[in-house]
Design a protein around this ligand. Structure first.
Ligand SMILES: [Zn+2]
Length: 162
């Protein structure tokens, strides 16, 4: 499986140990698009955060039952305070407030994914463009800038989480 296109929305440079470098979407084999990845700078390294969703639980009020994020302090539907005694945990016992929706299951593919996105980011930021940079990836890994687009001309600002 190959990444055939990377779309990036680079963010303006900020200082700090932990920062968002770009919103990213990738296309696999010109067939499947995965959106809502992020390239993040953390300490001395960069990593890719995969699309995720918040872990939710139901509002305890009997006539409500609205699904709320574990991060929420109040119900988004009826406004009741949400008191949590048990937090969701992953299999390492760590608190888990979100779950990845799509993620690599091999180290090799994760490495390929991260390297491809990082290289695409360097190419995308070699030119200054405020919108989305579309990068085509050839089968041999060669990359070139395909197009520059505004958020609106692309798939719409909402898709980019902005
Ligand atoms: Zn409620």
């Amino acid at each position: 499986m190959h990444i055939t296109e990377v779309r990036l929305k680079p963010m303006s440079p900020r200082s700090g140990d932990y920062r968002l470098l770009a919103f990213v979407s990738i296309t696999l084999d010109d067939s499947l698009i995965i959106q809502n990845l992020k390239l993040i700078h953390c300490g001395e390294r960069r990593f890719v955060s995969m699309p995720s969703r918040d872990v939710t639980d139901r509002c305890p009020r009997a006539d409500c039952g609205w699904k709320n994020s574990f991060r929420a302090a109040f119900c988004g539907h009826c406004g009741s305070p949400l008191e949590r005694t048990i937090l969701p945990r992953d299999h390492h016992g760590r608190t888990q407030l979100y779950r990845e929706v799509v993620f690599p299951i091999t180290t090799a593919f994760r490495k390929y994914l991260e390297q491809t996105i990082e290289t695409a980011y360097l190419l995308a930021t070699s030119e200054h463009h405020p919108g989305v940079v579309v990068i085509r990836v050839e089968e041999n890994g060669t990359m070139r800038i395909g197009e520059f687009k505004t958020l609106e001309d692309d798939r719409g600002a909402q898709v980019w989480g902005l």
